[in-house]
Design a protein around this ligand. Structure first.
Ligand code: FES
Length: 163
């Protein structure tokens, strides 16, 4: 009898199992986004292995997983830098100076928006609304740290803290 080959490493499988054991998801597919977060945390990005593991866990085709992950800016379809700097460039933040901040980051770090510096340290992304429109421009680091009311001086101070 053939032995089923799993694409899910044991450590990741136990995190998926913990997600499922919460009992919060009425349908298996409801776990797609949280499972992607867990896989990204495990692999550092939505690599081919991450896609395969999530697809196996949920019992859906890999293209379905890729289609969902590529829709959201919080999922990285390419290996990102150590620090992912997401700058909101939606309407309010743009009116408050987001484009100047993006241009400053590109010049200071020597990288185009959407790309990673050659040393692998920084990825700069222009993203849609980060949900703090009244306190723009808004920057988010690694999908976790939030920085509001930003300006060029504050951006320079922030970069100094990212070693
Ligand atoms: S427009 Fe930037 S946070 Fe909403």
């Amino acid at each position: 009898m053939a032995v089923a080959v799993t694409k899910i490493p044991a450590e990741l499988k136990s995190k998926f199992d913990e997600l499922e054991s919460r009992g919060k998801y009425p349908k298996r597919l409801s776990m797609l986004v949280p499972a992607l977060h867990i896989a990204q945390e495990h692999y550092g990005w939505i690599s081919g292995d991450a896609v395969a593991a999530v697809a196996e866990f949920l019992g859906v085709p890999e293209n379905y997983v890729k289609g969902c992950a590529s829709f959201y800016s919080m999922f990285f379809m390419d290996k990102p830098g150590k620090y992912v700097i997401q700058v909101c460039h939606n309407a309010t933040c743009q009116l408050l100076g987001a484009e100047d901040i993006i241009a400053h980051l590109e010049e200071k770090l020597g990288v185009e928006t959407g790309k990673t510096t050659p040393d692998g340290k920084f990825t700069v992304l222009a993203v849609e609304c980060l949900a703090a429109c009244g306190r723009g421009p808004v920057i988010q680091i690694n999908n976790r740290e939030y920085h509001e009311n930003m300006n060029i001086r504050k951006v320079d101070e922030l970069l100094e803290t990212l070693k």
